[in-house]
Ligand binder design. Structure first.
Ligand SMILES: NC(=O)c1ccc[n+]([C@@H]2O[C@H](COP(=O)([O-])OP(=O)(O)OC[C@H]3O[C@@H](n4cnc5c(N)ncnc54)[C@H](O)[C@@H]3O)[C@@H](O)[C@H]2O)c1
Length: 250
C-alpha cells in the first residue's frame, strides 16, 4: 500500500474501470464513482480497497455528498480522474437544446464540479487532476457538435486548472483518447466511422482501455511531477497525422 488514494469518475466500466484496476495494482485505494448503481456494485464487488459511491457528476449536491463520503472514508485525496462521459452523435440541426445540455452536463459541468469541490483536499496532498477529453475535442468532424465542443472545453478547462492550481503544487493534465471499444464507442461508432478510424490512425487499430489507463496513471504519479497543463493524445498517432495516409496505404 502506498497510502495514496484516487477518485475515478465513470468507474463502473470501460476506461474508468481499467484505470481503477491499474491504480489498485500500484497500491492506491480508489473511490469508484458512477451513476449506474447496478454496474458500479458489480464492478466493485470483486475488488479490494475500493469505495464505490453512486453519484451523478453533473449534480452539485451529489458531488458534494460524494466528496464528503470519500474524505470521511479515505482521509486524503491524491488524484482526481474526471473520466465520466457520455456521447451523443447527431447532426447540428437535430441536436436540440436538451441533447446539447445532456452532453455538456456530464462532460463539462461534471469536470468543473468535481474538480472545484475537491480542490481543498488536493491542495493538502499537492495532488493531481487528470481530465479525460477526446481527439474529438481537437479535430472537428461531422455529428460531434455537442460531444466535440464539450471535449474541446475540457482541454481548455485543464489549462485553466493548471494555471491556477500550480502555486499550490496541484498539477492538472488532460488525456485525449483515440477510439476505444467501450460501450460508449459501440453506441455511436457506425461501421463507416470504424472504417474511417482504421484508415486515419497510423497504428491502424482501436486502442484498449488499458492503454488509456497507463497514460492516466502516469500523469497522476510522481513520475510526472513536473508535468502540468499538458494534453497527452493516446490515439495511435491520429492527431499528429495529416492528409495522405489512406492514399499511401492503398
Ligand atoms: N471509448 C472511446 O472511444 C473514447 C474516445 C475518446 C474519449 N473517451 C472518453 O473516455 C471517457 C470514458 O469513456 P468510456 O469509453 O470508458 O465510456 P463508458 O460508457 O464505457 O463508461 C462511462 C462510464 O461513465 C458513467 N457516467 C456517465 N455519465 C455519468 C454521470 N453524469 N455521472 C457519473 N457517472 C457517469 C457511465 O455510467 C459509465 O459507467 C469518457 O469521458 C469518454 O468521452 C472515450
Amino acid at each position: 500500500m502506498t497510502g495514496k488514494t484516487a477518485i475515478v469518475t465513470g468507474a463502473a466500466r470501460g476506461i474508468g474501470l481499467a484505470t481503477t484496476k491499474l491504480f489498485l495494482e500500484e497500491g492506491r485505494r480508489v473511490a469508484m464513482i458512477d451513476r449506474d448503481a447496478e454496474a458500479l456494485q458489480a464492478a466493485a464487488s470483486d475488488l479490494a480497497d475500493v469505495l464505490p459511491v453512486i453519484c451523478d457528476v453533473s449534480s452539485p449536491d451529489q458531488v458534494d455528498d460524494m466528496a464528503k463520503q470519500v474524505e470521511a472514508a479515505f482521509g486524503r485525496v491524491d488524484a482526481l480522474i474526471n473520466n465520466a462521459g457520455v456521447a451523443d452523435f447527431g447532426p447540428m440541426e437535430q441536436t436540440d437544446f436538451q441533447r446539447w445540455r445532456t452532453v455538456m452536463a456530464t462532460n463539462l459541468d461534471g469536470v468543473f464540479l468535481c474538480s472545484q469541490r475537491l480542490i481543498p483536499a488536493l491542495k493538502k496532498t499537492r495532488g493531481a487532476i487528470v481530465n479525460i477529453a477526446s481527439i474529438s475535442g481537437l479535430r472537428a468532424s461531422t455529428l460531434r457538435i455537442a460531444y466535440g465542443t464539450s471535449k474541446a472545453a475540457v482541454i481548455h478547462l485543464t489549462q485553466q486548472q493548471a494555471a491556477e492550481l500550480g502555486e499550490f503544487g496541484v498539477r492538472a493534465n488532460c488525456v485525449a483518447p483515440g477510439p476505444v471499444n467501450t460501450k460508449l464507442a459501440l453506441a455511436v461508432h457506425s461501421p463507416e466511422i470504424r472504417a474511417a478510424y482504421h484508415d486515419a490512425i497510423p497504428l491502424n487499430r482501436y486502442g484498449s482501455e488499458q492503454e488509456i489507463a497507463e497514460a492516466i496513471v502516469f500523469l497522476s504519479s510522481d513520475k510526472a511531477s513536473y508535468v502540468s497543463g499538458q494534453l497527452l493524445c493516446v490515439d495511435g498517432g491520429f492527431q499528429s497525422t495529416g492528409i495522405g495516409l489512406p492514399a499511401l496505404r492503398s
